[in-house]
Write a protein that binds this ligand. Structure first.
Ligand SMILES: [Zn+2]
Length: 402
């Protein structure tokens, strides 16, 4: 799925601020004397710089310019106004609206066919409707995440797969999570992979959580599939990858195992938090902290520090994380060691908070964690989780480079 029919730059990118805009349809009136035409016009809206631009996307070549787009729709309206009688008002329907893709209609998902024709990169002449985004509420994942036969694995915060007990993907290209926290998946993939009788339960579940489109499919899933743009993983999967690389490098350079645990098994058992629910998030902190900090090989770190001329008095009684910080400073000779490893200390503090009663002391400590992550106080628990994971991933990425 690499085909793009819109040149080198995605037209969703805002010309003003370069952020990704989202598609919206707004009713616009074109009155003349005592007649009027209403047209639902596609707009590209930018949340970042608060702009709203009418656009022409289908079937004409794209017009992404307020004046030209207005003229285009005015012309259509004027043509229709000529045909109206005095005092008459009509609303025009878009030719792409309420379309049913017949060959992809066995399960009966609801979708907005306009998405397929208007969101850049989805339309294919030869495979009509295949890449229509189907929207689901995140609650769909609660079943798969708690069922022992399935695993939900996030390649990044906005792209994931569901695996069955044979380690096969349930839906071939997986799923995305858009900026409003909704799950998205291509109609064609769902139709193909949920057809067999044995998938009856899945079909029913997916239908239950099938919700209306909000026209926004910006996610790693969309970039990955449509822009064919490999955005490197920004979540725990990225952490595991870079930490593994880091461990290998330490083994090559210093000839010892940095980790005392069987990381593979722990990673396999690891569950990504799926919704903003404290139990899931706290469990993740506990697992990540034991994976990344508690598993550190204390005796080898001490040995290596002594071999690099650090006085044993200075490291006496120090625990894993502090030793790791010293190791970075004295053995890897990287400056600002305390600043670099600070995300791991934040994780440690978040892990300590797990299971605690949420009193004023808790609030104070939690606030300090958010401050150290450069987050404002009003972000939710899941956003804190995503940020600490992103920072830890960046930390290992940086250490690997240096
Ligand atoms: Zn913008």
């Amino acid at each position: 799925m690499k085909e793009t029919d819109y040149g080198h730059k995605n037209p969703l990118r805002c010309p003003k601020c370069d952020d990704y805009r989202f598609l919206d349809f707004k009713g616009v009136q074109f009155p003349k004397e005592n007649k009027s035409i209403g047209i639902k016009i596609p707009f590209f809206d930018c949340r970042n710089c608060d702009t709203s631009t009418p656009v022409v996307l289908f079937p004409k070549p794209i017009i992404d310019n307020i004046k030209e787009a207005e003229n285009y729709y005015k012309e259509i309206a004027n043509e229709q106004l000529e045909k109206l009688n005095d005092g008459e008002f009509i609303g025009l329907t878009n030719s792409t609206e309420n379309k049913v893709f017949e060959s992809l209609n066995t399960v009966g998902f609801k979708y907005d066919s306009r998405d397929y024709y208007h969101i850049p990169g989805l339309f294919r002449q030869w495979d009509e409707g295949y890449l229509t985004p189907i929207f689901f509420s995140k609650d769909l994942l609660l079943y798969y995440n708690s069922h022992s036969d399935y695993k939900v694995k996030f390649a990044s915060t906005s792209r994931f797969h569901i695996f069955n007990k044979n380690d096969e993907t349930l839906i071939r290209h997986g799923f995305g999570i858009n900026r409003n926290g909704k799950i998205i998946c291509w109609l064609g993939d769902l139709e193909k992979d949920l057809q067999d009788d044995e998938n009856d339960v899945h079909r029913k579940l997916f239908l239950t959580f099938n919700i209306d489109s909000d026209h926004d499919i910006i996610s790693d899933y969309y970039f990955n599939q449509i822009e064919a743009n490999w955005t490197s993983s920004d979540n725990e999967t990225g952490i595991f990858y870079y930490r593994n690389e880091f461990d290998k490098k330490i083994k090559d350079l210093f000839e010892f195992e940095l980790t005392q645990l069987d990381i593979e098994t722990l990673i396999d058992e690891y569950k990504h938090p799926i919704i903003n629910e404290s139990h899931q998030i706290e469990n993740s902190y506990i697992k990540l902290n034991s994976l990344l900090s508690e598993s550190l090989n204390v005796s080898e770190l001490k040995k290596s520090l002594r071999e690099n001329g650090v006085d044993s008095k200075l490291i006496k009684g120090l625990k894993g994380l502090k030793l790791f910080e010293k190791f970075i400073e004295h053995c890897l000779k990287i400056e600002n060691a305390s600043e670099i490893v600070s995300p791991l200390f934040v994780l440690y503090d978040l892990r300590l908070l797990a299971g605690h009663i949420k009193d004023s002391k808790y609030d104070e400590k939690f606030k300090s964690c958010k401050e150290r992550l450069n987050l404002t106080d009003d972000v939710n628990d899941l956003e804190v989780h995503q940020e600490v994971c992103k920072k830890i991933k960046e930390m290992y990425e940086y250490l690997n480079k240096n």
